[in-house]
Write a protein that binds this ligand. Structure first.
Ligand code: SF4
Length: 379
């Protein structure tokens, strides 16, 4: 068996270290690219969403490198994602890639026994004992958690850097080192070391950056190629932001705590009481949190052709109108041009800064040194 998995976010780092430590033969697909997207789009069903097209290319790339088994998160649900694995299998078979599939559905959909059975298939070639396998899985989850905490700190702290871009550089260096790491313990130490480096950077905490919440479709949030590297853009624009939906979030909510997490939240959400597929419900929950926790605005990201997030967008539009919640929805298509996205994000940030400065003027607070020419300093 030669295992592979779709490449999104840092799945290449986690998957490589996990299967290496388990002694399972595996292949990592080539990174996502414009050429890959073109190749996937040419073979995908018409009108399918962007992640599906990228995954086709991932799996073609893995097949070319000798992979014969795919392990992938499937998450049964009423949107296309419920049929995602099956549709992908049919599409790949038509391309002559007859993979064996291991679909990791949520415990709430298939039960603990079936999930354990499927996970056992993935490690059937491993010589490790059950105890060792469990230890490796736990270490992998620790690595995911630690690295995601580092990312969250960088997103929050980067606008305070005295030397612009220094937090971002720590994250980039850490990611590169993780790509070269030989084992999980080494990787965990690399992340812990990077965290220390991050906290030792000189900062100006008197700055008042905007605080944004980034939410939307899970794949687009996790995979930087699919969101045109929006995190780098936001850091370059000096914005502090939070983004909660991640690989670790998926593991927590789907595998580790499916009933406490998603289902408990489902009961709480009055704007979307039923699940409509994907993670639209979580997107709406995030918006409600944004209002409570005083964020300046929301960025909703989703790929063209994503049905659940289009529904979520209509809820956002209502919230923006009724509650004055500033939301920018960005729909990513197959076009590679950056300028259009960048202009919209810059304009949104500029609008939020003006709004905040105006509110400060009205409340008698001082705004940021006359940046927009109408602040209290100009009176
Ligand atoms: S949530 Fe959206 S992008 Fe994700 S599989 Fe469903 S339709 Fe596609």
């Amino acid at each position: 068996m030669k295992l592979t998995f779709p490449r999104f976010g840092d799945s290449n780092i986690y998957g490589r270290l996990l299967f290496r430590e388990l002694g399972v033969d595996f292949v990592v697909p080539a990174p996502n690219s414009a050429e890959g997207l073109e190749r996937g789009a040419a073979r995908a069903p018409e009108d399918i969403c962007l992640p599906f097209k990228l995954m086709i290319d991932n799996l073609l790339s893995a097949w070319e490198q000798g992979a014969d088994t795919v392990i992938m998160p499937a998450t049964m649900g009423p949107c296309r994602l419920g049929e995602y694995g099956e549709l992908l299998a049919v599409t790949m078979r038509k391309q002559g890639c007859d993979f064996r599939w291991i679909l990791l559905d949520s415990i709430s959909a298939i039960g603990v026994k079936e999930l354990v059975h499927r996970l056992a298939q993935a490690v059937e070639d491993s010589l490790c004992s059950k105890r060792q396998i469990f230890r490796v899985l736990r270490k992998t989850y620790t690595l995911i958690k630690e690295f995601e905490k580092l990312e969250a700190e960088v997103r929050r702290l980067s606008p305070y850097d005295k030397t612009a871009g220094s937090s971002k550089a720590v994250l980039r260096t850490c990611r590169r080192a993780l790509e070269q790491a030989e084992e999980l313990s080494e990787a965990i130490n690399i992340v812990r070391q990077s965290k220390k480096e991050l906290h030792s950077l000189p900062r100006d905490m008197s700055k008042r950056p905007l605080r944004l919440l980034v939410t939307g479709e899970i794949y687009t949030q996790i995979e930087a190629f699919a969101n045109h590297y929006i995190e780098d853009t936001l850091m370059d624009l000096g914005v502090s932001f939070e983004k909660n939906i991640s690989i670790g979030w998926w593991v927590r909510n789907t595998v580790l705590n499916p009933f406490g997490g998603m289902l408990a939240e489902a009961k709480k959400n009055p704007l979307m009481p039923h699940r409509i597929g994907g993670y639209a419900k979580e997107t709406i929950n995030e918006a409600l949190r944004c209002k409570k926790e005083g964020f300046d605005g929301i960025l909703q990201l989703f790929p063209v052709g994503c049905m659940p997030e289009i529904v979520a967008k209509s809820v956002f539009d209502g919230l923006a109108k009724d509650e004055g919640l500033p939301v920018l929805s960005i729909v990513y298509d197959e076009m590679g041009g950056e300028a259009g996205y960048l202009t919209r994000i810059e304009a949104f940030i500029d609008m939020l800064e003006r709004k905040r400065d105006m509110e400060n003027v009205l409340s008698g607070d001082r705004c940021r040194i006359g940046k927009h020419g109408f602040c209290c300093n100009g009176r």
